[in-house]
Design a binder for this molecule. Structure first.
Ligand SMILES: [Zn+2]
Length: 183
């Protein structure tokens, strides 16, 4: 049986020959980003039901360059390293953390994830290292979680002070398609 990767590669071959247009090279991209009025880092969830390019109409506005960072839940904590790295190149003007309703991360707990992984570990040292990882419990309303993430990111010393003051949060509603800002 053909592997799923082979199926994806076939789809890619079709995309490459029928739709692809080469984007500007990195130097050109940097020039475009510098000319833009705003360079926004969007941190959001990797959930396949949400696509920021679609619900925010990216890149519909050439004055705004958006770079999207996605992970489980849309965690600012997990995105911080990437945010700092990319900020050193593009100097973001804003950070927008977007959580969403019915997020899959609200269906697990730190303990339930660790239980599943611990069962396959034989080494005691590995078990200790697992305990040190914070998956976090997200079973709280997305507005609350988003406000906590915004407050956390605004306190990070590694983040430029100017950018710390430009961190905002919002919640994307899967039913209505609307993003509402959180306090
Ligand atoms: Zn999610």
């Amino acid at each position: 049986m053909a592997s799923p990767i082979d199926a994806l590669l076939r789809s890619n071959a079709s995309y490459a020959s029928n739709f692809h247009r080469a984007p500007p090279d990195f130097a050109k991209l940097g020039e475009l980003a510098k000319k833009a009025t705003s360079r926004i880092c969007i941190i959001t969830c990797a959930d396949p039901r949400i696509d920021p390019a679609q619900f925010l109409d990216l890149p519909g506005n050439s004055d705004i360059v958006s770079i999207v960072m996605r992970n489980a839940g849309g965690s600012a904590r997990r995105a911080l390293v990437d945010l700092l790295a990319v900020d050193s190149l593009v100097s973001f003007t804003d950070v927008f953390i977007i959580r969403h309703t019915d997020c899959g991360t609200t269906h697990f707990t730190d303990a339930s994830i660790k239980r599943g992984i611990r069962d396959q570990l034989a080494d005691e040292h590995d078990k200790l290292e697992l305990e040190a990882i914070e998956f976090g419990d997200c079973a709280v309303p997305p507005e609350q979680r988003c406000s906590e993430e915004v407050a956390w990111l605004r306190e990070q010393a590694f983040l430029r002070e100017e950018l710390r003051g430009k961190v905002v949060g919002g919640v994307y509603d899967l039913d209505t398609g609307k993003v509402e800002l959180v306090k």
